[in-house]
Design a protein around this ligand. Structure first.
Ligand code: ADP
Ligand code: MG
Length: 692
């Protein structure tokens, strides 16, 4: 049945709804209110709260209605409440509104009153006869006055006034019973104190009271997160074959990794050691590992991966893969691994697009025959014709660059252990919400003795005075990053971002006119991969000293001589992102400087950026971002899609643990959800579902 038929509405209205993406009854009820107004408490005038935010309701008997012909004319309407307090209604222009009110009748008056010279005045209030009732609720006789209840406020739709939409919802609220069905088992709902779907939908639109609204919201977000959790855990179940954590079948042989550790010029941090133990133990759990390793930029994730790969080749006599999103990064990893592992007799190769056909074929043959222990590479490794003798471990660096599908490609090799590494710090509750299929490890300390990066918020004038210092650093062989602003927030490196980078490049070239323009490079996302590689290589090798770029530079690329970063219009970036950008400098024992340029005068912006001067804790910055700019800030870089789940829910670890427990329970009881067809529908209907 079409939405038009169900709603008994006109073609025109149905078309308007469709233009707003509302095509089904589910879409219709899925358009939840933006907020609510409490008009349920009718108060006498002497108890009104003069609150800027919300409207307030009173009940009055009109005593006098006077037209004042001053200016363009207005109505002054006097009323008394039930305690005989006096109030006034002022109406300009709207003769229609004035005509609704007549002397000696009672009305519910809703608005934001003001106090003027001892008088309480409602200007242009909403009014309704005190006897009008809400047709959608209760039995006749105990219905509440229409005007006085908790009223939903909807967002503006194209061509449909929020008030009209509210009315449409109210007229159709009784259709909820007909068209929606509960999909969670009763026992489950009781266990997690969830009200039923019908009550939930009705109360999200027209709450009977605030307690029910609260319960409805609880159910709404529980279900949304439950669905994500069910997906994650189903993925986990498919990959690992179990939802249990089996006991260790054996303790890892720590002595195996000793020769490698002895070679290092540093000793591991406590956090690195802890994570290595977690990974080695996963190798003995009779199920493939699915682990997400989070560690701030520079926390030393590569060596952790190296140790694990060495272990696999030595103890399991099996192969490992290290996947990197960009060729420069793959080359860098290859060199690191080669340095540590070649002397130990482990055979390593690099597989990227730029190898000759001949060489690629050779490496593929070697992988298949087992002549190679470890292969480092880019997406080239994900091709169909890459095969292994015995692949047991896959390590994915900068995991946000690789989607779930790419990870799934490894499944055909008998589900190897998977370690995904990311430098984006995700608060624990959010990791639980969106990465439920993973066990999470965190490296929460930086190696000792790092020179802290000195960060400073500067204005344009101070920027100009940097010139001499920049030239001096460059003459000493140090390198400078200039990051150009993110102008279009929607898509990183959109065309206008690229244009701004090009302009900036020209300006910097003029600004640093003392050095050759060839030594000032430009990098942006619209360049071909090979061009980007070339620029990165030239910057790495020192041919280029200043790199002007949009945000495309890879996080993991190690350029030890890069000691200065200038981020233009820094106010346009989130703190997490600034932190990630900043992590590209300070990678050696040279002192590094990060300048956050901003012209904005607002204190909010300034204070927000100032935090960067004193805080180097990525997790703390991520949480501040969540508070300031919402979860998209973090999720945006993690490819986990949109989330309109409010922050207070996403940062509520207890709540999320509850949801995960719920999802586990359901999947253990109904592994394929076959017995719960309604829930299965709910899972499969990817969009347009009411609670999801
Ligand atoms: P990331 O976690 O950002 O990938 P890397 O693995 O690239 O960091 O490590 C950054 C640098 O720190 C490398 O040069 C690495 O050799 C060095 N490093 C790693 N662990 C330690 C440690 N425990 N002590 C000192 N330096 C370390
Ligand atoms: Mg790295």
């Amino acid at each position: 049945m079409s939405l038009k038929t169900i709603l008994h509405t006109t073609d025109r209205y149905a078309k308007l709804l469709a233009e707003n993406g509302i095509c089904t009854l589910k879409d219709f009820f899925n358009n939840f209110p933006r907020t609510y107004e409490d008009r349920s408490q009718i108060k006498p005038l002497d108890q009104l709260v003069f609150d800027e935010k919300g409207k307030t309701a009173t009940k009055g008997l009109i005593t006098e209605k006077k037209y004042v012909p001053r200016g363009k004319g207005f109505y002054n309407i006097s009323f008394i409440d039930e305690r005989h307090n006096k109030g006034q209604i002022t109406i300009f222009w709207s003769w229609y509104l004035a005509s609704k009110l007549s002397v000696n009748n009672r009305y519910i008056i809703v608005g934001k009153p003001t106090m003027k010279m001892g008088k309480i005045i409602f200007t242009h209030p909403d009014v309704a006869p005190a006897t009008a009732t809400d047709p959608t609720e209760g039995n006749e006789g105990n219905q509440r006055p229409l005007a006085s209840r908790i009223v939903p406020i909807y967002s503006e739709l194209q061509g449909i006034k929020p008030g009209r939409f509210a009315q449409k919802i109210r007229e159709n609220l009784n259709k909820v019973e007909e068209h929606f069905h509960e999909y969670l088992p009763t026992a489950f709902r009781e266990k997690f104190k969830l009200i039923d779907v019908i009550t939930t939908i009705k109360n999200l639109h027209y709450p009977e009271n605030f307690q029910l609204l609260e319960q409805a919201r609880f159910r709404l977000f529980f279900d949304r997160l439950l669905r994500i959790q069910l997906y994650s855990l189903k993925n986990r179940l498919e990959y690992q074959g179990t939802l249990e954590t089996p006991a260790l079948s054996e303790t890892p042989h720590r002595n195996v990794i000793k020769p490698l550790l002895d070679q290092l010029s540093f000793s591991l941090t406590v956090a690195q050691k802890k994570v290595i133990v977690q990974i080695l133990e996963d190798f003995y759990r009779n199920k493939p590992m699915l682990r997400l390793l989070q560690g701030d930029v520079g926390s030393g994730k590569t060596i952790v991966a190296t140790v694990a790969m060495r272990y696999i080749s030595q103890v399991r006599k099996a192969q490992s893969v290290l996947l990197a999103p960009l060729e420069v990064l793959a080359v860098q990893h290859y060199k690191t691994l080669a340095k540590y592992l070649l002397p130990l007799g482990i055979r390593i190769e690099l597989l990227t697009w730029s190898l000759s056909q001949q060489k690629k074929k050779e490496i593929k043959d070697w992988l298949k025959s087992g002549k190679i222990d470890i292969v480092v590479g880019t997406h080239a490794l994900l091709q169909e014709d890459v095969d292994f003798r015995d692949l047991k471990f896959v390590c994915i660096d900068e995991q946000h660059k690789f989607g779930v599908q790419q990870r799934a490609k490894f499944k055909r090799f008998n589900s190897p252990h998977i370690l995904q590494m990311t430098a984006t710090p995700i608060p624990r509750s959010m990791a639980l919400a969106f990465f439920g299929e993973f066990d999470v490890s965190v490296i929460d300390e930086l190696p000792a003795g790092r020179q802290p990066i000195e960060t400073k918020v500067i204005n344009e004038k101070e920027y100009v005075s940097l010139k001499a210092r920049l030239l001096q650093k460059i003459s000493q062989g140090q390198k400078v990053f200039v990051v150009t602003p993110l102008i279009s927030e929607s898509e990183s490196d959109s065309m206008i971002d690229v244009k701004s980078a090009i302009t900036e490049h020209a300006e910097i070239s003029a600004f640093l006119s003392d050095i050759w323009p060839e030594r000032i490079g430009l990098l942006h996302g619209k360049m071909r991969p090979s061009e980007k590689e070339q620029i990165m290589n030239e910057f790495k090798s020192g041919k280029i000293s200043v790199l002007v770029s949009t945000t495309v530079i890879e996080v993991g690329v190690d350029i030890p001589e890069a000691t200065v970063m200038i981020i233009k219009n820094a106010e346009r970036f989130g703190l997490s992102q600034l932190h990630q950008l900043r992590g590209r400098i300070g990678r050696s024992n040279l002192k590094s400087y990060c300048f956050l340029e901003t012209a904005k005068k607002s204190w909010d912006t300034y204070d927000r950026l100032k935090i960067m001067e004193t805080t180097t804790d990525g997790f703390k910055l991520a949480e501040l971002d969540m508070k300031n700019r919402g979860s998209g800030e973090i999720l945006g870089t993690m490819q986990s899609g949109q989330s309109d789940i409010p922050l207070e829910i996403l940062s509520n670890l207890k709540f999320l643990e509850q949801v995960q427990e719920g999802a586990l329970r359901l999947l253990k009881r109904y592994p394929n959800l076959e017995e719960l067809p309604e829930l299965k529908n709910f899972m499969e209907e990817k969009i347009g579902d009411v609670l999801a």
